[in-house]
Design a protein around this ligand. Structure first.
Ligand code: LHQ
Length: 256
C-alpha cells in the first residue's frame, strides 16, 4: 500500500504509522485522515501492536488550517472524516501506543488521547488550541479529556488553551509516561515490543472493559468483566499463561 501523507512499516509484530507532513507540523488534511483510517483498518495480520507517531519536531498540529477556510463544512468534515478515523483507531485488533515525539495541538492532541497508551518525549507538549481560533475541542477531546483528568483540569486546559508539558500531562494522568528525550525511542520500542509479544485478546478485553466503565455502575461493570473473562478463558494465551506459571518459565503468547 502506498501513502502520500503517512509512513507505514511493520517489523517484529510492531506496526508503525508515522504522520509525515513535517512542513506543517503533521497537520491533518483530508488525505491524511483517509490514510490513517485505511492503515488502522487494514493492519497486517502479523501486527500485534500499533505505534502512532510523527515525523520531525511535532506529533500533530491538528486540522490543517490551510484547508480550514470559512467555506469548510466543519460538521461534515468531523462526521465524514474525523469520526471514521477515530473509530478505526479505537477498533484496531491490536493495542495502540501514541508515541508523542513533539507538540500535539488541537485535534492532534486529541488524536494522541485516542490511543490505549500515550508515551511522550519530555520536550513534547499538548495544547487544546481550539479556542484560539474560536472553536470547541473535537476529535473526541470532550469525551476523553474529562475522563482522564477530571472536569476542572479539562475545562482549564480547553478554555485557556495553555501548553501542557509532557511532565504535567503525566502528573495529571492524561498520559502514561513522559520520558527523557534521549530515552524516548528506546522506551517506545521496548513498550511496543512488550505489547507485540503479549496476550492480544486480553489487551482488547481491557480496552473494552475500561471504555465501558465510564457509563456503567458496579453491577453492570461486573457483568462486563464476567463476559469478557469468560471469553478469555477459552484463549490459547490463557492456557499458555497457566502452564508457563506451573513450569516456572516466561509464557510465550501468540495473541490467540
Ligand atoms: C500549520 C499548522 C496547522 C497548517 C502549524 N495547519 N499549518 C476540526 C474540523 C475542521 C476544522 C477545524 O478544526 C478542527 C480541529 C482542529 O484541530 S482546530 C485546531 C487546529 N490547530 C491549531 O490551531 C494549532 C495551530 N498550530 C499552532 O498552534 C502551532 O503551530 C504549534 C503550537 C502546533 C507549533 O508552534 P511552533 O512550534 O511555534 O511552530 P509554528 O507555529 O512556527 O509552525 C511551523 C509551521 O507549521 C508554520 O509554517 P511556516 O510556513 O510559517 O513555517 C505553521 O504555519 C505550520 N503549521 N500548525 N494546524
Amino acid at each position: 500500500m502506498t501513502y502520500e501523507t503517512i509512513l507505514f512499516t511493520e517489523a517484529d509484530g510492531v506496526a508503525t504509522l508515522t504522520l509525515n507532513r513535517p512542513e506543517v507540523m503533521n497537520a491533518l488534511n483530508s488525505t491524511m485522515r483517509a490514510e490513517i483510517t485505511r492503515a488502522a483498518r487494514f493492519l497486517p495480520k502479523t501486527a500485534r501492536c500499533l505505534v502512532l507517531t510523527g515525523t520531525g519536531r511535532a506529533f500533530c498540529s491538528g486540522q490543517d488550517l490551510g484547508d480550514a477556510g470559512a467555506a469548510l463544512d466543519l460538521a461534515g468534515v468531523l462526521r465524514d472524516e474525523y469520526e471514521p478515523m477515530i473509530h478505526a483507531l479505537r477498533e484496531t485488533g491490536v493495542p495502540v501506543i501514541a508515541a508523542v515525539n513533539g507538540v500535539a495541538a488541537g485535534a492532534g492532541a486529541n488524536l494522541a488521547l485516542i490511543a490505549d497508551v500515550v508515551i511522550a518525549t519530555r520536550s513534547a507538549s499538548f495544547v487544546q488550541a481550539f479556542t484560539r481560533i474560536g472553536l470547541l475541542p473535537d476529535a473526541g477531546g470532550t469525551h476523553f479529556l474529562p475522563r482522564l483528568v477530571g472536569h476542572a483540569r479539562a475545562l482549564g486546559a480547553m478554555l485557556f488553551a495553555d501548553r501542557i508539558s509532557a511532565d504535567q500531562a503525566a502528573e495529571w494522568g492524561m498520559i502514561w509516561e513522559s520520558v527523557p528525550d534521549e530515552e524516548f525511542a528506546a522506551t517506545v520500542a521496548a513498550r511496543a515490543g512488550a505489547l507485540a509479544a503479549g496476550p492480544t485478546r486480553a489487551y482488547l478485553a481491557i480496552r473494552e472493559a475500561v471504555a465501558a466503565s465510564a457509563a456503567n455502575d458496579l453491577k453492570a461493570q461486573l457483568q462486563v468483566e464476567a463476559r469478557l473473562q469468560g471469553a478469555l478463558g477459552d484463549s490459547a494465551d490463557f492456557r499458555e499463561g497457566v502452564v508457563a506459571f506451573h513450569q516456572k518459565r516466561a509464557p510465550v503468547f501468540t495473541g490467540s
